[in-house]
Write a protein that binds this ligand. Structure first.
Ligand SMILES: *Cc1c(COP(=O)(O)O)cnc(C)c1O
Length: 363
């Protein structure tokens, strides 16, 4: 019966997530595990949001409101855009998937990304039967915006830029992204995946939301998984022209955003104390880690995000394994096509220090 499976699926390479705490406890028999591999929030879940989640448990027998209009309204208010431009999803991954299925025609269209990018884009393209292309990155791994503008043609449905970028941490300014949007062929959408947007500074130099009303071909993706500490709840959103948002809402599977997630999202947006504390911990920790890594002879890429990419002065995979044996999980970047580099996210002060201490032993 295997022949029943679609050709694109037969040789499908699944998404490879970072190792979990349970994986490491079992494999290495270490008790204390520190996970700095998936860019999660070092402070965990806001206490305010935890309280709301507890309260919402009793309502979980109800269907949520389809399309989560209250959350869309709150997000519209936060970003200063028409709430009709906002589509929420089961993680921003769901919005990426919907965008592909709504705008890219299998067999005709392509999507254009760049080398060493987030693997979800390739996965979605493959699932949709849409041609996937990558523009080369220059040495230094800067975001190749000019190469994207050059490579896009009339069959390019989507151009995707991650900014701040995963795994490099580099970011494109709003001016640069607007210039790219205006340089693309008619009918090509620019998708800016801003999963780490809250961490970019100065914020006004990087914030694109205020320009969306004037840009007919730009989609912003955001998530509650990183700065808001809700990765396990699966909540993200896209901000896009109203015509496109209405097609996404029309085509989507109902109720993918669950009732506790919507309530948690609303509470998280109100909880500016937690967000500001997250930003403080991330910025301080990032400076500390960047300094220590450089002092240990690592080549550190400057980051506008909650993680750092570095090239150690030794074999990256051996270093990764050595850290695992000490109960510390980081992300080796072999799967991103960068086998000499490692990505580590900022943790709590204690976690950062434990990571640095382990590095000192290993290097
Ligand atoms: C973490 C991350 C996301 C977030 O995905 P969710 O589905 O919202 O958890 C999106 N894009 C990139 C590049 C990421 O690193």
């Amino acid at each position: 019966m295997k022949e029943r499976v679609r050709r694109q699926i037969l040789d499908f390479k699944p998404y490879a997530p970072g190792l979990t705490l349970e994986d490491i406890r079992e494999k290495y028999g270490v008790e204390q595990v520190i996970k700095l591999a998936s860019n999660e929030n070092p402070l965990g879940v806001s206490p305010v949001v935890q309280k709301i989640l507890g309260r919402k448990a009793a309502e979980a027998f109800r269907y949520p409101q389809n399309h989560s209009p209250r959350l869309c309204a709150a997000l519209g208010g936060l970003l200063g855009v028409d709430p009709e431009m906002v589509v929420v999803g089961n993680g921003s991954d769901e919005i990426i998937d919907m965008l592909f299925r709504v705008v890219a025609e299998p067999g005709r269209d392509s999507v254009l990304c760049y080398e060493h990018c987030f693997s979800m884009y390739r996965m979605c393209a493959k699932l949709c039967g849409v041609d996937y292309r990558e523009a080369p990155r220059a040495p230094g791994l800067n975001l190749p915006l000019d190469a994207l503008a050059e490579a896009a043609d009339e069959n390019t449905a989507l151009v995707i830029v991650t900014s701040p970028d995963n795994p490099t941490g580099l970011a494109a300014t709003a001016d640069e992204l607007e210039k790219l949007a205006r340089a693309l062929p008619d009918g090509t959408l620019l998708v800016v995946d801003g999963a780490y947007a809250e961490f970019a500074r100065p914020a006004e130099e990087y914030e694109l939301a205020g320009r969306l009303a004037d840009l007919e071909n730009v989609v912003l993706l955001r998530t509650f998984s990183k700065a808001y500490g809700l990765a396990g709840l699966r909540l993200g959103y896209g901000v896009m022209p109203t015509w496109l948002a209405s097609y996404l809402r029309r085509a989507r599977i109902p109720f993918t955003v669950n009732l506790p997630a919507e309530a948690a999202g609303l509470a998280a947006l109100e909880d500016t104390v937690f967000l500001n504390e997250t930003l403080r911990v991330v910025f301080e920790g990032r400076d500390y880690l960047a300094g220590e890594l450089a002092a240990l002879g690592c080549e550190v890429t400057p980051s506008q995000s909650n993680f750092l990419m570095f090239k150690p002065p030794c074999d990256a995979n051996e270093l990764f394994e050595g850290l695992l044996r000490r109960g510390i999980i980081v992300r080796p970047l072999k799967s991103f096509g960068l086998p000499e580099r490692i990505r580590v996210n900022v943790g709590t002060d204690r976690e950062n220090k434990a990571f640095v201490a382990a590095l000192k032993e290993l290097l």
